[in-house]
Design a protein around this ligand. Structure first.
Ligand code: ADP
Ligand code: 5GP
Length: 216
């Protein structure tokens, strides 16, 4: 089922992969949380990372915080769908939970960087819907990273330094949303997800039977 409204006609389908990327601080984490809280059919892909846990983060909820050794063993054992080094730390998407969710018809949200998005797009082209989030200005990006106050000043500097190169990746994404007004950007994301769930190629199997019945 793909609609939370039981009165709507829905078609069984494979889950889609909603991939959200942005330079650090543009707001993809905030937008992802809003989307997950508003949509019970969407589940988060919880990444593994070798970076230190931030004070506000909970292990296994925001990330699986693991050692570099464990990361390498997962990578070499084929347990990762994609992986990348970002701001000097390693991040990756565990394969099992994603494959399970998609096969069960559940949509999965990925908060990952552009390198990971590129790998998923390459491997699972038909499943991926990619969205790039841009900040309204670089000054606001810096202000948000500072306001978040969860990273050390040198870490914030490194993230700002990397932001320009990351922003250059926008042409590789299906959709681009400017996160100026949070509510407006959230509405944009909800609309993208809603439209993609109606895409003919995703629901073709169920739709065929429906139309056959419809026309008798
Ligand atoms: P990212 O996950 O992209 O690194 P976050 O979601 O952590 O970024 O957002 C960085 C900071 O900016 C947070 O403190 C968040 O509350 C704030 N923020 C996010 N979106 C907006 C917005 N539209 N306007 C103002 N502040 C925002
Ligand atoms: P942060 O340290 O701020 O949580 O994340 C830093 C960057 O790593 C962000 O751009 C975030 O989207 C990205 N990231 C988080 N998890 C993954 C992952 O599993 N794979 C990849 N490629 N990037 C990730």
């Amino acid at each position: 089922m793909t609609s939370s409204d039981p009165k709507r006609v829905t078609f069984a389908r494979r889950g889609l992969m909603l991939v959200i990327s942005s330079p650090s601080g543009a707001g993809k984490g905030t937008l992802s949380r809003l989307l997950l809280d508003s949509d019970r059919e969407l589940t988060l892909s919880v990444s593994v990372t070798t970076r230190d846990r931030r004070p506000s983060e909970v292990d296994r909820v925001h990330y699986h915080f693991i050692s570099k050794q464990r990361f390498m063993s997962m990578r070499d054992g084929g347990e990762l769908l994609e992986w990348a080094e970002v701001h000097s730390n390693l991040y990756a998407t565990p394969r099992g939970p994603v494959e399970e969710a998609l096969a069960a018809g559940r949509d999965v949200l990925f908060d990952i960087d552009w390198q990971g998005a590129a790998q998923l797009r390459e491997k699972m082209t038909d499943d991926v819907v990619s969205v790039f989030i841009l900040p309204p200005t670089m000054a606001e990006l810096k202000a948000r990273l500072t306001r978040r106050a969860e990273d050390a000043p040198d870490v914030i500097e490194k993230r700002l330094h990397n932001a320009k190169a990351e922003i250059e990746q926008w042409p590789n994404f299906d959709y681009v949303v400017v996160n100026d007004d949070l509510q407006g950007a959230f509405e944009d994301l909800k609309s993208i997800l809603r439209a993609e769930r109606r895409k003919r190629s995703r629901i073709a199997g169920g739709l065929k039977g429906f139309v056959e019945t419809l026309v008798g």
